[in-house]
Design a protein around this ligand. Structure first.
Ligand SMILES: Nc1ncnc2c1ncn2[C@@H]1O[C@H](COP(=O)(O)OP(=O)(O)OP(=O)(O)O)[C@@H](O)[C@H]1O
Length: 266
């Protein structure tokens, strides 16, 4: 499904600030896998997502999605196949447009409907409303509210729906619950799991919560200096604790795991 072959990315090449953010990284995901991504500060997690989405072209290597070589495809054309939810609830939506306008726009774009069918029909509104009502966030009765007026949690749920009403080939969750209060974060996480499982969506999720990285999804990878240094799944993953992961890191890298945010989120 996703096949990343030996990609590398160096920022500010040839300057004193030259930095290798992704270093000859390869990763293969099967259909329906849900991979959590952890790593120390600056490990390259967001850069990996940016490379997959086409925010920049990689310097070397290739990226395939369902056997299609997307390495040189624009970010815009990849967005039709890849959904992404960011940490910042302000990202990914048009704050001055209403909930139904945002949903209609995303749905039309992803489901490859003709621009002439952008019209927000009663049928579409009913479809959006039914989907929102399932998640008990009190959004379904506010379809004509500007999305910028919603709470962070409500916005993340709308963004999740915008990315998944038309099922993407790949869903990237970039710490999408990190800016929410703990109770809301848990609720949004539960909704995320429901959407992913019901639709069998191949998913990657960056998290700073080591426990969550082991208990959510089917596989955990740890990045460091732009390389995958741990890749856990099946029984091995089941038998691994947070402490084991930190120990494995220290043994491999001969240094302490450097991430304040992770230590705070036991
Ligand atoms: N556009 C850019 N220009 C220059 N350097 C960049 C750019 N994007 C990322 N980097 C650098 O690449 C490295 C990896 O950054 P990245 O944001 O991917 O880390 P991360 O693992 O997501 O970290 P964090 O958990 O702290 O968000 C960092 O050293 C960062 O400063």
């Amino acid at each position: 499904m996703l096949d990343i072959q030996n990609i590398s990315k160096t920022f500010e090449k040839g300057t004193v600030n030259e930095h290798v953010a992704i270093n000859n990284l390869s990763l293969k995901l099967e259909d329906g896998e849900f991979v959590t991504v952890v790593g120390s500060n600056g490990a390259g997690k967001s850069t990996l997502f940016n490379a997959i989405c086409g925010s920049f072209m990689v310097d070397e290597g290739h990226i395939f999605l369902d056997d299609m070589d997307i390495t040189y495809k624009s970010e815009h054309s990849r967005a039709k196949m890849i959904g992404r939810v960011f940490q910042d609830p302000m990202k990914g939506t048009a704050p001055n447009m209403t909930i139904e306008e945002n949903l209609a726009l995303a749905y039309t774009r992803a489901s490859k409907q003709s621009p002439f069918s952008r019209a927000i029909t009663k049928k579409k509104i009913q479809f959006f409303r039914e989907n929102l009502a399932r998640y008990n966030m009190g959004i379904e009765d506010r379809m004509k509210t500007k999305i910028g007026l919603l709470s962070g949690g409500q916005r993340q749920v709308v963004t999740l729906l915008m990315c998944t009403l038309s099922i993407p080939k790949l869903l990237l969750l970039d710490e999408h619950t990190a800016a929410l209060d703990p109770a809301t974060a848990e609720k949004v996480m539960d909704i995320t799991k429901t959407i992913v499982q019901e639709n069998n969506i191949t998913t990657m999720m960056i998290t700073h919560n080591l426990k969550q990285s082991l208990t959510t999804g089917t596989r955990t990878i740890m990045l460091d200096s732009g390389e995958i240094i741990l890749d856990l799944s099946g029984e091995e993953r089941k038998n691994t604790t947070m402490e084991d992961m930190i120990k494995m890191y220290s043994m491999k890298k001969q240094k302490e795991f450097d991430n304040d945010r992770i230590l705070l989120s036991q």
